[in-house]
Each structure stands twice: as structure tokens, then as C-alpha cells.
Design a protein around this ligand. Structure first.
Ligand code: PLP
Length: 403
């Protein structure tokens, strides 16, 4: 007999499972708006031109080899990544108060940061995540050894931020608990605090409760089109001198999804602490995967260290962000033209890759069944999967679902 006959069939991942169902659908008009991956106006995955250029350079550079990287990856990559998120003139970097490790995209950075906190945080080993949040947060942090709790974030009535609820929940958290904050383009709601609200959040975190902010930055530059605008909140928290964790992903903003390239930065109060923190990060990483892969980080290093490639990247990044924003307008106008009941202003106001439509699970299931449109059951659609051809089909489906 098998030692594993008792193993039960696991459910599909709620997000990746949509692609599985999508692939099984033989309809020629099917549309996948589930996964958060950028598509061109022709509905194709995009490899950025700067990425192609960097890869050409890497291939023709005969001094390169396939040796192992160090446990925390490429040193130059780590410095450039810290500069990208914190700003190139960041005093924290100049004062050597930042420990950075190249990790496996955003997910790996969160996982390593979570496990470091589970081992070394002197406050409560609890992380507060927004409600709702990217579903993987509820898996990553408990496996890393942190207890997960939620704070109020989204108000379905206003389709905006539940600012008062958020502050109330943070005020009720135990002193020193960790707070997960989406740096920009909150997933799945597309709702971000205003700068004024960020200030209010920061005051509660810093002055009232001494909570520890952990930023998840999966969309820097991808949300507004500006790398600096999208890093504003992280930089504001670092500028007050307090401690910050930041997980960065290059999946979306450089289109490096499958290369798994990202970074964890831990900003502390003294250079000596940063050095010791980095030494302990190695003890988290070494037994997990020994050292990170080379290729993606080498691409990023080329792009961030060449003024020419960096400038070209910013143009390509902005054009991705702009295309998504223009899809918001097209969808909004298409619903208006159909006189679809309801207020759809939030399609314009939400930011980043997703729109949290407010459609119910039943409405989503109806749209999938009748219109072959695939999206998460919470009513989230990936705006990056829309184009001028499929917007009318989506608008027809939404109209038909709500009338
Ligand atoms: N965090 C958030 C909020 C995300 O939306 C994502 C991707 O969907 C990630 C982290 C991590 O993605 P990756 O591990 O591909 O960088």
C-alpha cells in the first residue's frame, strides 16, 4: 500500500485556480481577468524592451559565470533596490542603517521578513493585515511563525477606505505588534490612504502604539506611473527615524514575474544593529533555499545601474500604468453608455492593477458562466488584462449581471 493514500485533494489556490479553470474553457471569447499580470493591448504578455537589452548584455558578457551567489544575493542589487524604494539620497542608507537581502520576489521577501520577525522581534509576534488583503498574506505569515490578525480597511458602503475603523483597530493592537501596509495600489481593493490619512496612520503607529510597520511594495511605479509617488508612504515612515520593514517585488514593475526577483530591506536605528540583523537574515535564508537565483537580479542590476536603461525603464513603466488608467476610463464609459444601474465612479478612483467592482460572488459566477469572463469571486478584476476589444464584452457581462 501507499504511505500517502490518505492524502486529500487540496483545493486550487483561489487566484491561480482561476487560470486553471480558464485554460479548460474551450470558448474562443474567454477573458482572464483573474491573475495580476500585465497584458498588452493585444492581450499578450509583455517583456520590457529594457529587460531584453539587459539580457543581451548579460549573454554577451563572457566574464559572467554560473557560480552561487552569496546567501543574501548580489550586493550591488541590494544597494540599488534599497535606493529605489527609500530614495537615492536616503539618510538611512548613508548611515548604514539598512540591511537588504535579495529574495524570491515579493512573496519570498515577505516570507523571510516574517521568519526573521518570528525569531527576533522583541514585541508581540502578531502581524495585523488589512481586511481584505492579498490572500497569500494569511498563508505566508503563519508559516513564518507569526500570528495573523486583521484591521479594518475597506468600507463596502463607500467603496473607499474605512479610515476611522482602521485607526480604531490599530489603537486596539498590542504595543509593538507588526502592521502590514500595502505601500501603494492596495490589492485587492485599489484603495490607498491619502497623504493626510497616511500621516494619521503613521502617528498612531509611531507615537501612540509603537507598532512596527512592514510595507509590502509589489507595485512601485506601476500604480501612478511614478516610482517616487508610489514610494511616498514608505519614505515618510523611514524619514521619521523609526524602524521599517519593506518587501519589494520586481514582478510587475519590470515584468519579471517568473524570474522571482525582489528584496527585503530592514531599516533599523543604528548601523551596528543593521549588521547583526543581516547576519541573522542569513541564518533564516540558508536552510530555506541557500542562496537566491542569479538571472533576474542581474537584469535588475543592469537596469538600475545604467542611466540610459533606467530612463528607458521609467518610460516603459509609465506607459504600462497609463494603459491601465485608460482602461479604467474605457470601462467606466462603456457602463455609462449602457446605463448600467449603480455608481461606478470607483472604477476611476481606485488605483493600480485591480478594480474591486463590488460585484457579488453570484454575479461573478454568472459572468463566468454566461460570458466566459474569469475573475476572483470577491469581484476583483485585473485591469491589466483589459483591452479595447474585451472591454465591451466585460461591460455587457457586468450590465447583464446587475440588471
Ligand atoms: N504582495 C501583493 C500585495 C501582491 O499583490 C503580490 C502579487 O500579486 C505580491 C505581494 C507578490 O508577488 P510576487 O511574489 O510575484 O512578487
Amino acid at each position: 500500500g501507499s504511505y500517502f493514500a490518505h492524502v486529500e485533494q487540496a483545493p486550487e489556490d483561489p487566484i491561480l485556480g482561476i487560470t486553471v479553470a480558464f485554460n479548460k474553457d474551450p470558448s474562443p471569447v474567454k477573458v482572464n481577468l483573474g491573475v495580476g499580470a500585465y497584458r498588452t493591448e493585444d492581450g499578450k504578455p509583455l517583456v520590457l524592451d529594457v529587460v531584453r537589452q539587459a539580457e543581451q548584455q548579460l549573454i554577451s558578457d563572457e566574464s559572467r559565470n554560473k557560480e552561487y551567489l552569496g546567501i543574501t544575493g548580489i550586493t550591488h542589487f541590494n544597494r540599488l533596490s534599497a535606493q529605489l524604494i527609500l530614495g537615492s539620497d536616503s539618510p538611512a542608507i548613508a548611515e548604514k542603517r539598512v540591511a537588504t537581502a535579495q529574495c524570491l520576489s515579493g512573496t519570498g521577501s515577505l516570507r523571510v521578513g516574517g521568519e526573521f520577525l518570528a525569531r527576533h522581534h522583541s514585541g508581540p509576534k502578531i502581524i495585523y493585515v488589512p481586511s481584505p488583503t492579498w490572500g497569500n498574506h494569511f498563508k505566508i505569515f503563519p508559516f513564518a511563525g507569526l500570528e495573523t490578525k486583521t484591521y479594518r480597511y475597506y468600507d463596502p458602503k463607500t467603496k473607499g477606505l474605512d479610515y476611522e475603523g482602521l485607526l480604531e483597530d490599530l489603537r486596539a493592537a498590542p504595543k509593538g505588534a507588526v502592521v502590514l501596509l500595502h505601500a501603494c495600489a492596495h490589492n485587492p481593493t485599489g484603495v490607498d490612504p491619502s497623504q493626510e490619512q497616511w500621516e494619521g496612520i503613521r502617528r498612531v503607529i509611531r507615537e501612540e502604539k509603537q507598532l512596527l510597520p512592514f510595507f509590502d511594495s509589489a507595485y512601485q511605479g506601476f500604480a501612478s506611473g511614478s516610482l517616487d509617488t508610489d514610494a511616498w508612504a514608505v519614505r515618510r515612515f523611514v524619514s521619521d527615524g523609526g524602524e521599517v520593514f519593506a518587501a519589494q517585488s520586481y514582478a510587475k514593475n519590470m515584468g519579471l514575474y517568473g524570474e522571482r526577483v525582489g528584496a527585503l530591506s530592514i531599516i533599523v536605528k543604528e548601523a551596528g544593529i543593521a549588521t547583526r540583523v543581516e547576519s541573522q537574515l542569513k541564518l533564516v535564508i540558508r536552510p530555506m533555499y541557500s542562496s537566491p537565483p542569479t538571472h533576474g537580479a542581474a537584469i535588475v542590476t543592469r537596469i538600475l545601474s545604467s542611466k540610459k536603461l533606467f530612463d528607458e525603464w521609467k518610460v516603459e513603466l509609465k506607459s504600462m500604468a497609463d494603459r491601465i488608467i485608460s482602461m479604467r476610463h474605457e470601462l467606466f464609459e462603456a457602463l455609462k453608455a449602457r446605463q448600467t444601474p449603480g455608481n461606478w465612479e470607483h472604477i476611476l478612483n481606485q488605483i493600480g492593477m485591480f478594480t474591486f467592482t463590488g460585484l457579488s460572488r453570484e454575479q461573478v459566477e454568472y459572468m463566468t458562466r454566461e460570458f466566459h469572463i474569469y475573475m476572483t469571486l470577491d469581484g476583483r478584476i485585473s485591469m491589466a488584462g483589459l483591452n479595447s476589444q474585451n472591454v465591451p464584452q466585460l461591460a455587457d457581462a457586468m450590465h447583464s449581471a446587475v440588471v
